[in-house]
Structures are given as C-alpha cells and as structure tokens.
Design a protein around this ligand. Sequence first.
Ligand SMILES: Nc1ncnc2c1ncn2[C@@H]1O[C@H](COP(=O)(O)OP(=O)(O)O)[C@@H](O)[C@H]1O
Ligand SMILES: [Mg+2]
Length: 276
Amino acid sequence: MEAALNCHKVVFSYDGKRNALRGVDLEIPRGQFVAVLGPNGCGKSTLAKQFNSIVTPDSGKILVLGHDTSDPDELFFVRSHCGLVFQNPDDQIVASTVEDDVAFGPENLGLPAREIRERVDGALAAVAMASRAKSNPANLSGGQKQRVAIADIIALNPDIVALDEPCAMLDLRGRRGIHNVCQRLHESGITIVLITHFMQEALLADRIVVMDKGRVVMDGDKDEVFSNEDLLTSLGLEVPLSVKLVNALQEHGIEVGPTMSLRTLKEELCRLYSTM
Ligand SMILES: Nc1ncnc2c1ncn2[C@@H]1O[C@H](COP(=O)(O)OP(=O)(O)O)[C@@H](O)[C@H]1O
Ligand SMILES: [Mg+2]
C-alpha cells in the first residue's frame, strides 16, 4: 500500500540562495500519528506547506498517497486528501457562523445539500463543536476557533491532516481540546502530522521526527527520541519533565518505564512504591 506521505531527498529554497529544506527523507505510513519537532526556522512550516502543494520541491519529490505534489494535474487530489491547519485559526475562518464556515469547503466541491449537511454535522461532532454550530466564530475562544478550523478540514474528508503548531496561540485548556481532537481523528484512521514546539504535545504521537537546519536529525518512537536528552537540549528543545524524571531514575538503576506520559509515570511510581 502507498504511504500517506513520502518525501524523497526534498530540497527547497525560497530565495534561490539559502535552502529551507536540505534533503528531507521521510516516509509516513497511513494511519500514523507523527509529531514533528525542531527549533525555530528549521523548516517545519516549509515542510507542511510542501504536503499541501503550497510550495513544491526544487529537487527531490513528495508523494501524497502516491500522487506527486509537483504535478499540477494532481493539485486537486493532493489538496483534497491532505488538509493543512495553520497556527492562527483567523487565517482559515471566513464565514459569520460556525456551520457556514465548515460548509464552505464541501459547497466548493459542489456536493449535494444533504451530503453537505452530513459533512458539517460530522465534522463539528468530531471537534466537539456541534453545540456552537450557529455561533459567530468571532465570539469563540481561541481553542474553539482552532477546533472550527480543524472541522473545516475534516469536512473535506481528508486521509491526512497536517497541523502546523495549532496550539501555539492557545492556553492549556485550548491545547487540551486540540489534543483530544487529534487523538480522536487518529483513532478514526486519519494520518496525523502534528508540528509543535511543545515537547509534552509530542508525547501524543506514535512517532517523533526532529528537524534541524532543513533536515531530519532524529526519527523514532518517543522512548528512543526522548532518551537522547543531550541532543534535544543542544537543539534548544526542552525535554518534558516526566521524561527527565524517567531518564534520571533509570540512571540510578530504578526500573521505571519505558513510559513518558505523566499518567503512566504516576502509575509506575505508585506500583514501585507499593512493592518497596
Ligand atoms: N516566505 C518565506 N520567504 C523566505 N524565506 C522564508 C519564508 N518562510 C520561511 N522562510 C525561511 O525558511 C527557513 C525555514 O522556515 P520555516 O519553515 O518557517 O521554519 P519553522 O516552521 O521550523 O520555524 C527559515 O530560514 C526561514 O527564515
Ligand atoms: Mg513554523
């Protein structure tokens, strides 16, 4: 089966002088939940824009479900199968009610009214915003707006959703809402690429890719990536407290883990304590 996303030696420059991407190789199987981490300016947003054909490689290539993002004839396929959610939901929301906003995409696809209704209802349910269908997006919190922006994408029935720092402008509560949505979409089989600079957020993913200077420098599951605390710190990425604690306890020969989420760490510590 074709991978959801396949990047092969992708090189890209905005100005023809400095390369924003310097040979990215990355294959993401269908249904995977991948977090992409990396310092500012390392090329994360540029990579996300490539997934959606907003920019295309100078050399190398990107395939979305086997379809080449550089081929103009594939633009419709690429955009309808891979949706992109941006940092600021205000860039994405256009209508004056939530449901009209979500209906906008399906209407542009020329779908019949009944199917549009079903898509809008389904997308709003998926982001827990059904009760606000008639609201004006301007009256929503940042987290709710971001969930509407995700519903806009979901209503197009994509196989892949890439989110470029969707939580950067949100408070903790708003972030939790987005995390729940990502998890639910993942469970429904959608391939998720979550770009983030919140290390704790990366723990949601099956796989973590770390970029630096236009390249992938680490790629593995959370235990592999987070156990390399030195490299992460050298990139200016702060390792989550739960991970630091696990690494420190393991250095002292205390058998915890492999676990990196706060909840499972708490369970592990309680178990250890009860056997002492
Ligand atoms: N529209 C643009 N025009 C010119 N250079 C850009 C543009 N967007 C990003 N860049 C440059 O490309 C590199 C990668 O940027 P970006 O993909 O935004 O990184 P990140 O999302 O990881 O912070 C940076 O050096 C940045 O300055
Ligand atoms: Mg960015």
